[in-house]
Design a binder for this molecule. Structure first.
Ligand SMILES: Nc1nc2c(c(=O)[nH]1)N[C@H]1C(S)=C(S)[C@@H](COP(=O)(O)OP(=O)(O)OC[C@H]3O[C@@H](n4cnc5c(N)ncnc54)[C@H](O)[C@@H]3O)O[C@H]1N2
Ligand code: MOO
Length: 408
């Protein structure tokens, strides 16, 4: 019985948590984008750090308004003003601007549009409640509170909050070191003329570099290795001594030149090398020395699908992320029939869109062979078809998983 996708993923994530030995470093707030926090972030200050006005208007005392709806204007406060020496006599109001500090004894700020100005002063036209239009100290962030937990991926909004605290540096986990190599006599590096009949470009190594750089990894690129057992072994020894994770492309199937699996067996341990998914059935996972190993199938679509579905979560955990699940899936109707054979979990590439009736529906993006790289180009989601399911008829409900930022 082949391993199911969930079993394979679970095994990988478990191995990651047992070998986790993470180091941290201090980086600038700007460099911290998409990095993972190595300790909780605690706020050094309150935000806002003083009560301030949410509107351009007038600061008042409620007791004064009870006496009269018309109050003379006593002065003005602007954003940035120091009001520690402000004297504000009873029975008057103060002009105040958005973001300006609110005097301690003001009960509310009345927005300008709800007042009328005359030579006698300011007339207040609306009902006023205590606290109206005052943004309280610490209302956004409380001093000494934990704002971000350890193991959190830093995004533009989270870093923006840290900037409101004046922070300029942050402790994050060091980048994961990942070694990559492609195997195959047929491979030519991109940018060079194809090396003969039967040659193809080594697109997978390029794809892996893009994916790894999006995941903030440090890449050790060992290039193209010929289909030769000794060269593959030497490359794997070198890769595993330099990196936390080794990723290869090709050579994991059962062909006469598929040496990656044999090399892995000799040098380390194989946890599994096949699972019930399509594309990506031949996928090897194991360990060489202290490095984890992922042997991706050579077909470009299989490389991308297995990287996205299995290597991505593994890398996130190895990079220090407190991983729960990033899958965002739901069910919608399929707009066409879908071909499906029983026995493997399918990750078809799909286009989720709104039809003429205003309903969400999904269609496959053309031919789904594991050599058709174009099937990804129009896609915005995976259509995930359960292992035991057969052909799917138009109109049936299918599970759809929207692509995350890795594929956008
Ligand atoms: N008898 C069987 N044959 C195959 C099986 C099987 O179960 N029994 N599985 C098929 C499936 S599914 C896949 S996927 C592939 C996986 O093969 P390998 O990982 O061993 O990869 P290769 O044989 O080296 O190459 C497969 C295919 O991909 C092209 N390729 C390889 N490397 C690259 C690269 N770096 N960039 C772009 N394209 C690459 C290669 O030329 C082949 O066309 O095995 C099936 N066979
Ligand atoms: O798994 Mo293969 O990836 O079906 O082509």
């Amino acid at each position: 019985m082949l391993l199911t996708f969930q079993q394979a993923k679970q095994q990988m994530l478990q191995s990651a948590s047992t070998i986790k030995s993470l180091h941290s470093e201090k980086v600038t707030l700007f460099e911290a984008l998409e990095r993972i926090t190595a300790e909780p972030v605690i706020s050094p200050i309150n935000v806002p750090s003083f009560d301030n006005s949410a509107m351009d208007g007038y600061a008042i005392r409620l007791a004064d308004l009870k006496q009269s709806k018309l109050l003379p204007r006593a002065g003005a406060i602007f954003a940035g003003d120091d009001i520690s020496n402000l004297h504000w006599s009873q029975g008057t109001c103060l002009r105040i601007m958005t973001g300006a500090p609110v005097p301690k004894d003001a009960d509310a700020v009345v927005m300008q549009e709800q007042t009328e100005k005359s030579d006698l002063g300011i007339a207040f036209l609306s009902q006023v409640k205590a606290g109206d239009n005052i943004r309280r100290m610490g209302e956004d962030v409380k001093q000494d509170s934990i704002i971000i937990n350890k193991g959190t991926k830093l995004t533009v909004p989270t870093l923006s909050t840290l900037a409101t605290l004046g922070m300029s540096e942050l402790v994050v986990f060091k980048k994961l070191k990942v070694a990559i190599l492609s195997t195959g006599n047929e491979l030519t590096p991109i940018g060079k003329p194809l090396s003969g009949n039967g040659a193809i470009y080594d697109s997978n190594r390029f794809t892996l570099k893009l994916l790894l750089s999006k995941l903030n990894c440090e890449i050790v690129d060992l290039g193209i290795i010929a289909d030769d057992p000794n060269q593959i072994k030497q490359a794997l020894i070198s890769a595993s001594s330099q990196a936390d994770l080794v990723i290869t492309s090709g050579g994991v199937s059962v062909g006469d030149a598929d040496y990656t699996k044999t090399a892995l067996k000799e040098l380390g341990t194989i946890n599994f090398w096949k699972m019930a998914i399509k594309p990506g059935k031949p996928f090897a996972f194991g360990k060489i020395g202290n490095a984890l190993f992922c042997g991706l199938p050579g077909n470009p679509v299989s490389t991308l699908v297995t990287f996205y579905q299995l290597v991505q979560p593994l890398i996130l955990v190895l990079s220090g992320l407190e991983y729960s699940s990033m899958d965002f899936s739901f069910k919608v109707k399929t707009a066409t029939n879908l071909k499906k054979t029983v026995g493997r979990l399918d990750f078809q590439r799909g286009m989720l869109q709104i039809n003429a009736q205003g309903e969400l529906e999904v269609s496959p993006t053309g031919a789904q062979g594991s050599h058709i790289t174009q099937s990804f180009n129009q896609a915005n989601c995976f259509i995930v078809l359960e292992q035991e399911r057969g052909n799917v008829a138009k109109g049936e409900l299918v599970t759809v998983e929207l692509f995350n930022a890795l594929l956008k």
